[in-house]
Design a protein around this ligand. Structure first.
Ligand SMILES: Cc1cc2nc3c(=O)[nH]c(=O)nc-3n(C[C@H](O)[C@H](O)[C@H](O)COP(=O)(O)OP(=O)(O)OC[C@H]3O[C@@H](n4cnc5c(N)ncnc54)[C@H](O)[C@@H]3O)c2cc1C
Length: 275
């Protein structure tokens, strides 16, 4: 299992209670020995301090941690300051993103796309950071076409990314095809599959609409048929996602990145099915 590359994502808690809860979650997930934990960055930098505090907390407990950094709405100066802060904490790994501003904010800032952020990080800090970028096997919702999105992904990798993590998906074929096409375009960095456990039907459908991840019809129908029978949703979700992970690893995926939503149980259950 651990010859693969496994990582687990959190979001920064907003309350003292949330911080404490995340500590408990993290200690449970640490038993699975992921390579690192990553911590998201709020749109337009709204959780910047929370991201750093959470990463520092994780590292203090002896685990590897990577902050996400999104550039939308930022300036060269503001991003430079964040990078310097991360360097001062000896943080060596980053997930570099464009991010999304809340609607009504426009795009603003001095960076338009993630490839510009990656270039900037390399220009400012050389090889200090291991940089991960995002990939979209089912196309980013704002892209003009899958081909265009692939080219934009390739541009981001060529700007200096060391590896990539995909948006979550429930179509393994979309992942395999994306990786194959990226390889043909000269991408040779690992593309880790982003995995979203299924535990809550309405929340998943809402997220998926926003981020452009498709829930296959048969999965959606099954989930809907369980109504508010949470135990059946969880059991079905565990089965579907574990089988997909097995298929991804058997088909050559270099690793998995779990969107934990700060919960230990769903990721742990999938993981145990894979051992
Ligand atoms: C693993 C992962 C982690 C994430 N973590 C966070 C987080 O912590 N915080 C957060 O706010 N969001 C996060 N997101 C969401 C992400 O910020 C959004 O999906 C955002 O809309 C795009 O970010 P990106 O870095 O992929 O953008 P980009 O790679 O810049 O792509 C954005 C869009 O622009 C197009 N594009 C890219 N480059 C160019 C170019 N040079 N010219 C023209 N068009 C271009 C692309 O095709 C795409 O449609 C995460 C997503 C993933 C997959």
């Amino acid at each position: 299992m651990n010859q693969h590359n496994f990582s687990i994502e959190f979001f920064p808690p907003k309350t003292a209670e949330g911080v404490e809860k995340l500590r408990v979650t993290r200690n449970k997930l640490a038993e699975l020995q992921p390579k690192y934990f990553s911590v998201t960055f709020g749109a337009g930098g709204t959780t910047q301090q929370g991201t750093l505090d959470t990463v520092v907390d994780i590292r203090r407990e002896g685990f590897e941690a990577a902050p996400h950094l999104s550039c939308v709405g930022g300036t060269r100066d503001s991003i430079r300051q964040i990078l310097q802060q991360y360097q001062a904490h000896d943080i060596r790994r980053l997930v570099a993103l464009r991010g999304d501003l809340p609607s009504g904010y426009g795009m603003g800032g001095e960076f338009r796309y993630a490839n510009e952020l990656v270039e900037f990080i390399r220009a400012e800090t050389g090889d200090w950071f291991h940089i991960e970028v995002a990939a979209y096997p089912e196309m980013h919702p704002q892209a003009r076409s899958p081909q265009d999105d692939l080219q934009n992904f390739v541009r981001k990798v060529k700007a200096g990314a060391n590896s990539a993590i995909t948006q979550y998906f429930y179509n393994a074929d979309a992942y395999f095809r994306f990786v194959e096409e990226a390889h043909k375009q000269g991408v040779d960095v690992p593309v880790l599959a982003g995995i979203m456990p299924i535990t809550n039907s309405s929340q998943l459908q809402r997220f998926s609409e926003m981020c452009g991840a498709e829930i296959p019809r048969w999965i959606r129908l099954k989930l809907n048929s369980y109504g508010d029978d949470s135990a059946s949703i969880k059991a079905f979700g565990l089965d579907v996602v574990s089988s997909m992970c097995e298929r991804l690893l058997a088909g050559g995926a270099p690793g998995l990145h779990f969107y934990s939503l700060n919960q230990a149980a769903p990721t742990t259950a999938i993981w145990k099915n894979l051992i």
